[in-house]
Design a protein around this ligand. Structure first.
Ligand code: BDP
Length: 677
């Protein structure tokens, strides 16, 4: 009897296992054709890339005949493409094979989201030439700021054993137009450049190549000394230069189309040219020179700050603007969206546009280091767009960050954009099912930064779950408001960096790390006192506002004209300061935290109501995560309001929910998630 039960159980489990809704398929849930007659595919080429395109079509395309046409006259579209319905054929044309593959994913997306396929007339040109994922993966398999398990890259197994996920990763990226990947952490191990590791990298590069993806590496500036045994790594030392030259030649022998280096130098303890009294330009140029013969490039990061008296938010600008014009042509400066560090909301980084002769690229963080890890549902397209659409006024009105970096305003040789990946070996790739949407949104915006958050959420939801409007409409609303909600329950009104030390999960506004760097302590950022709250970055304070072009410097310099969502970023605001809606700053702060909590509860209710429209497995996974998010939101609210109240000495308004935790208890929470800063 018992045995029969087991057999019966196993028998019932089989279909479940086959159709497990575990998120592993991402947004690529194209129905399989299962024997339905294949539509005609017309193409002359037979390369690996075209074969992938053909396979996708013959497995998933239900429509008319498709022609894949290589057309050199479309060069100006780069790896973009056109899609045209010509009689009964859908013609995809591009000057590049990658472009044809992207076109195939485009029509599959249209099919999947149920768009009319009979009269297509589409022209697509990517916003950026290079669309990067930056992995912060370490050689030991851990991931810095990764919340979806260990690294996808199995360095121990490579080059011999190959995980099927390498190909799946490449396919997912190609489907959204990502064409470049930096495999390893910016806090780079010198070992990455060892010959045995390069052989492993080669295997990945070979798998990614047909999908149009180039491989790049983060390099450690001290590699010549640590790996090569040289006396130092001074960029002006001839032996050092030769070491890099030989290394470049070795790399390109192994990976002929290797992309180049990403470098974090003289930042957070990493080595760099300044260790030898040289500048960032000296360091970047040395590497650029050795890569140039092979067409390689250097992405030099501007995320630099040192424990000095100067406001951390000012430091990248101060270090880099004097170097404008000194960088080689194949160097691009990679700049985080904000001047501090991927906060829920920051003013944009004033370095954008401030270097008139140096190409710049934006770095976003897709992994949610400061946004509740893979526990909170926070859709990041609105954050990305807020930065890209910010007008810097660098070249006059309309100088948005998008236009400064995509060649619209400046004649850049190369353009690029990067997102720090949220991908790990979890079955669903990103930890939270909805974190997949952030990988997707980054790729889509890198391809076309004019897409709206609404469009991106809409297509992602339809592809990933269902096109039933009863599901799409309410859930899309959650996604589109989720970033603002997270800001409300974590750091409203321009508050920033009041996270718990090290791991950055949860609140610790009281954090004041004696003996450590002041700019790693929350109290440095919120400056709460008897008078008020917020960081004075006006003339009376750090004068960071002076780094912005006019009229922004005046707008941000004046409390009356500063947008209220950044008021505590730029000003030390009195507790009783009257906000535009008539409330005092203190009351407004209370209402913001409270409304963040309430919103998450609304999300829970909405989610419960869409149960009939999706599979039980993903339904309950997301339901479980929302519960954590709700509890965390209350934790944030109770911690921040009760702590700030010790300065404001004002009551929490009667209309809002009373704190349920005691401040003293919250102060005792110490999560063990180990991280250095
Ligand atoms: C911060 C992270 C740290 C990274 C650093 C960086 O806390 O782990 O190494 O940025 O971007 O956000 O270099």
């Amino acid at each position: 009897m018992k045995q029969l039960q087991i057999y019966l159980f196993l028998f019932l489990m089989i279909p479940l296992a086959v159709f497990a809704e575990d998120g592993s398929k991402l947004w690529l849930r194209f129905p399989a054709k299962n024997g339905i007659s294949t539509s005609k595919i017309i193409t002359k080429s037979n390369s690996a890339t075209i074969n992938i395109a053909k396979k996708e079509l013959s497995s998933h395309w239900f429509g008319s005949a498709v022609e894949l046409r290589l057309d050199p006259s479309l060069k100006n579209l780069k790896d973009g493409y056109t899609i045209k319905s010509v009689k009964n054929t859908t013609v995809i044309s591009s000057s590049m094979e990658n472009g044809l593959l992207y076109g195939v994913y485009h029509i599959l997306r249209l099919q999947q989201t149920k768009v009319d396929l009979s009269k297509l007339n589409i022209t697509e040109k990517p916003s950026y030439d290079l669309r990067f994922l930056n992995h912060w993966d370490n050689l030991d398999g851990t991931i810095e700021r990764g919340y979806a398990g260990h690294s996808l890259w199995k360095w121990e197994d490579l080059p011999n054993k190959i995980s099927p996920r390498y190909g799946e990763y490449a396919r997912a990226n190609a489907s959204i137009g990502i064409n470049a990947t930096v495999l390893n952490n910016v806090n780079a191990s010198p070992n990455m450049l060892r010959k045995d590791y390069l052989q492993k990298v080669k295997v990945l590069a070979d798998i990614f190549r047909p999908y149009g993806i180039k491989v790049y590496l983060s390099v450690n500036f001290s590699s010549p000394k640590v790996l090569g045994g040289l006396e130092n790594s001074d960029p002006l030392n001839k032996d050092v230069q030769k070491w890099w030259k030989d290394k470049a030649s070795e790399i390109y022998k192994i990976i002929p189309d290797f992309g180049g280096f990403l470098v974090k130098a003289n930042s957070e303890g990493q080595p760099g040219p300044q260790d030898y009294g040289r500048t960032h330009a000296d360091g970047a140029n040395m590497m650029a020179d050795v890569l140039k013969p092979y067409g390689g490039m250097v992405m030099w990061r501007a995320f630099v700050y040192s424990p000095s008296k100067e406001d951390r938010a000012k430091q990248a600008y101060l270090e880099f603007t004097p170097l404008d014009g000194q960088f080689r042509e194949n160097v691009i400066i990679q700049i985080k969206n904000g001047p501090v560090d991927f906060q829920p909301r920051e003013a944009f980084n004033p370095l954008f546009g401030a270097m008139k002769k140096t190409p710049q690229m934006v770095e976003f963080q897709i992994t949610q280091e400061y946004l509740g890890f893979s526990n909170h549902l926070v859709f990041l397209a609105p954050l990305f767009k807020e930065t890209l659409d910010s007008d810097t006024y660098a070249d006059g009105k309309g100088s948005t960050i998008a236009k400064l970096t995509d060649r619209s305003l400046r004649p850049e040789k190369m353009t690029a954009i990067a997102g720090v990946a949220n991908i790990g070996e979890d079955t669903n790739w990103t930890g939270h099912h909805f974190a997949q949407a952030n990988w997707y949104a980054f790729g889509r915006l890198a391809w076309n930064h004019n897409l709206s958050s609404d469009q991106i959420a809409d297509e992602w939801l339809k592809m990933t779950f269902t096109d039933d409007q009863k599901f799409v409409n309410p859930v899309k609303k959650i996604m589109l408001t989720s970033r603002e909600t997270a800001v409300d329950y974590m750091m409203p009104l321009g508050l920033h960096h009041i996270f718990a030390n090290g791991h950055h999960y949860g609140p610790e506004p009281w954090g004041n790390y004696k003996g450590g760097r002041p700019d790693w302590s929350p109290v440095y950022y919120h400056q709460a006192d008897r008078v008020g709250l917020g960081f004075d970055r006006t003339k009376t304070g750090s004068n960071a506002v002076s780094q912005y072009f006019s009229p922004l410097n005046e707008i941000y310099g004046n409390i009356k004209t500063t947008p209220e969502n950044l008021i505590l970023w730029f000003h030390h605001v009195p507790w009783d300061y009257q906000m535009k809606n008539g409330k005092t700053m203190w009351n407004e702060l209370c209402f913001k935290y409270d409304s963040g909590v309430k919103e998450v509860r609304n999300y829970q209710n909405t989610w419960d109501s869409i149960k009939p429209y999706i599979d039980a497995e993903r339904f309950s996974a997301v339901q479980g995560k929302l519960k954590i998010q709700q509890e965390d939101a209350v934790w944030w609210k109770d911690a921040c309001l009760q702590y700030f109240q010790t300065f404001s000495k004002r009551p929490i308004p009667a209309e809002i929910e009373k704190p349920v935790h005691k401040l003293e208890d919250l102060k005792k929470i110490k999560l063990n998630m180990g991280h250095h800063n």
